[in-house]
Design a protein around this ligand. Structure first.
Ligand SMILES: NC(=O)C1=CN([C@@H]2O[C@H](COP(=O)(O)OP(=O)(O)OC[C@H]3O[C@@H](n4cnc5c(N)ncnc54)[C@H](OP(=O)(O)O)[C@@H]3O)[C@@H](O)[C@H]2O)C=CC1
Ligand SMILES: O=C(O)[C@@H]1CCC=N1
Length: 265
């Protein structure tokens, strides 16, 4: 029996968000987790949460039941070369964007089981949207453990590997697009004279409330829009301005660009 339930290689923005959400939500206990990161800042952050930090990726892999690969795509080959042997017969959960199971398997050897995952940063506050790849060599038990961890910090969807790039384009990068939208809403209100703090507060709550309303009722997004849009009213003026700026095309094109980049990584 391994000493740690889960080990993280790389504990930056995304792994850090997963770990923080899982610890805060009681999905994982600090004693069940270890981290190995080449960055002292990331190690200090993990240590401040009560999590063990290791001196090498090999030590981390040997002592962990399941290992999260949490480095940038460009850093993955070097990272995996350092712990290939230690990953033998282990379950490796990769959050690395764009790197296929086939490429991961080639870098790790045939005896490592793999599950690709596309998480997102709201995992930090237990509101993540995680996509798990159904083309996996994890055992049923390991798949269930991974699903339980991510369900503890938000929602989980399973998709085949061919849809992992779209998942990256939509939910993986989505928090950045939503943040941009919130910032733009607030900037627009500040231009019209609203104080900055109130502008952010209203923009954030409006996005949260609208998403919650769609999730908790059967109301279609188009119907929600119609509910707000009085004939000859103010909202239709705003919608016309958005459409003049190519809003919907820009958003669709954004998902296309991000998904295509994921394919090329
Ligand atoms: N950020 C996000 O919103 C999302 C990211 N992802 C994926 O998650 C992965 C990590 O992204 P993110 O957290 O943003 O990246 P970060 O750069 O924030 O975190 C990666 C961490 O790993 C460290 N690191 C680099 N090489 C090694 C190594 N060989 N061994 C151990 N640690 C190492 C880095 O140190 P240093 O800084 O010194 O290089 C850094 O601390 C990426 O593959 C990305 O595609 C997926 C979904 C969403
Ligand atoms: O931009 C990136 O590389 C990562 C992948 C998914 C979200 N952010």
């Amino acid at each position: 029996m391994a000493k740690y339930k889960i080990g993280f290689i790389g504990c930056g923005n995304m792994s850090g968000a997963i770990l923080k959400g899982a610890l805060d939500g009681g999905v994982l206990k600090a004693a069940e987790v270890a981290v190995y990161d080449i960055s002292p800042v990331a190690n200090e952050k993990a240590a401040s949460w009560g999590v063990a930090t290791k001196d090498s990726s090999s030590a981390l892999c040997q002592e962990s039941e399941m290992v999260v690969l949490g480095v940038k795509p460009q850093q993955a080959p070097e990272m995996l070369a350092a712990c290939k042997e230690a990953l033998e017969d282990k379950a490796a959960l990769s959050i690395v964007a764009g790197i296929t199971v086939e490429r991961l398997q080639a870098m790790m050897g045939d005896n490592t089981r793999i599950l690709r995952v596309m998480p997102n940063t709201p995992a930090m506050v237990k509101e993540g949207a995680t996509v798990l790849c159904s083309d996996s060599t994890f055992t049923k038990q390991e798949q269930a453990l991974a699903e339980a961890i991510f369900k503890g910090i938000g929602s989980v969807e399973w998709v085949p590997e061919k849809l992992m790039d779209v998942a990256c384009g939509l939910s993986g990068g989505g928090p950045a697009y939503v943040a941009l939208f919130i910032e733009a809403l607030a900037d627009g209100a500040v231009k019209q004279g609203l104080p900055r703090a109130q502008a952010y507060s209203l923009a954030q709550q409006t996005c949260l409330g609208s998403a919650k309303m769609l999730m908790e009722t059967d109301i279609h997004p188009g119907a929600l829009k119609d509910m707000v849009t009085s004939p000859g009213g103010t909202t239709i003026e705003g919608i016309e301005a958005l459409e003049r700026g190519g809003f919907r095309f820009a958003v669709m094109d954004c998902i296309k660009a991000a998904s295509e980049k994921s394919k090329k990584l």
